[in-house]
Design a protein around this ligand. Structure first.
Ligand code: G3H
Ligand code: 13P
Ligand code: ZN
Length: 334
């Protein structure tokens, strides 16, 4: 039986993105895999009055089960209402969909937005696949994110040796032919907690920390010029807070030279046509840092609620910080 996201109280991204592009801010797209993460995301969105995108990746589906995650998102809408958000602006989005069948099943199952990631395919094949997904999704008013250009690192299971920036000369043709609602681009971000190799960075002589190279804002500018007002998406936008890396490393962890995208660069991107910023790794780091610290300080504890509570609080603090100090989406869901 088909379920419409509208009956679940979810919204698609269309109006949200149009407002964000005009207003010079970006909507947070947070991945979730478990209850504590979802609680933290919803509490942060409610307290800051920010629209929010809940993303389900392939890894999340394998870990937690797609059906369960969808019902959790449905529950999140009710939870947000209970916390006082009268008309929640919550999107349930498929992150890195890799086939037409998967996107279709998400549309049929209550997702309000899907990503079809054909970025590893030859250009014409990416167009054909994206177009097919758009045709189906739009019948149900589900919005579609596509991707052009390849991010360095691992895109779920699509590995690429190096980053291939999005070619500005292709974007008009791609968007026109596919009818996609938003476009993920490659300008130097990448997934995970190791976004740059040490040899791509300089090192701060004072702290010894890696200083990453800047994002390719010239490419972003050229894309914006070709597609004025069109919603642009940035994947791989965790900033890998060094406080978390330090807490992890000083409590038995080992994350040498973990490095992310500096927040001032994300702040700058959020003010442009970039209207969706994807963050997953920072949540993993916040959770891991809090749990490692708790275990070290309380070796006698074994009730998961005891160590998941500070983890949830740390994630919530991080989400609020991103919304208020980096993306600027606070107060936009009134
Ligand atoms: O796009 C990458 C996201 O961080 C999801 O990663 O498949 O390990 O959940 P995952
Ligand atoms: P990070 O690994 O930088 O958090 O990126 C997440 C992402 O792009 C999910 O699609
Ligand atoms: Zn991604």
């Amino acid at each position: 039986m088909k379920v419409s996201y509208k009956d679940l109280g979810l919204v698609n991204t269309r109006a949200m993105f149009a407002k964000a592009v005009k207003g010079g801010y970006a909507i947070p797209a947070f991945n979730f895999n478990n209850m504590e993460q979802l609680q933290a995301i919803i509490q942060a969105a409610v307290e800051t009055k920010s629209p929010v995108i809940l993303q389900v990746s392939k890894g999340a589906r394998n870990y937690a089960n797609q059906t369960l995650l969808r019902y959790m998102a449905q529950g999140a809408v009710e939870y947000a209402k209970e916390l006082g958000w009268k008309k929640p602006q919550i999107v349930l989005h498929l992150d890195h969909g890799d086939s037409y069948e998967l996107c279709k099943s998400c549309v049929d199952f209550g997702f309000s937005s899907v990503m079809i990631d054909g970025s590893s395919l030859p250009y014409e094949e990416n167009i054909a696949l994206t177009k097919k997904v758009v045709k189906y999704a739009h019948k149900y008013d589900v919005t579609v994110e596509a991707e052009l250009g390849v991010l360095a690192g691992v895109e779920d299971e699509v590995a690429s040796e190096e980053s291939h920036y999005t070619k500005p000369e292709e974007v008009i043709d791609f968007v026109k032919k596919t009818g996609c609602d938003s476009l993920a681009i490659s300008i130097g971000t990448s997934h995970g907690a190791y976004k740059f190799k040490p040899e791509q960075c300089t090192r701060d002589p004072q702290t010894g920390r890696l200083v990453p190279p800047p994002l390719a804002f010239d490419v972003l500018k050229a894309i914006e010029k070709k597609l004025p007002g069109f919603p642009i998406v940035l994947h791989g936008s965790s900033s890998v807070p060094q406080e978390y890396v330090d807490i992890i490393n000083s409590n038995g962890g080992n994350l040498p030279d973990a490095v992310g995208i500096p927040e001032e660069q994300l702040r700058k991107a959020a003010k442009s046509a970039v209207c969706k910023i994807n963050i997953d790794s920072d949540s993993r780091l916040a959770m891991t840092a809090a749990i490692r610290k708790y275990f070290n300080e309380h070796p006698e504890q074994f009730d998961p609620r005891q160590y998941l509570k500070p983890a949830r609080e740390e994630m919530k603090k991080m989400y609020i910080h991103k919304i208020v100090n980096v993306l600027g989406s606070n107060g936009k869901a009134r």
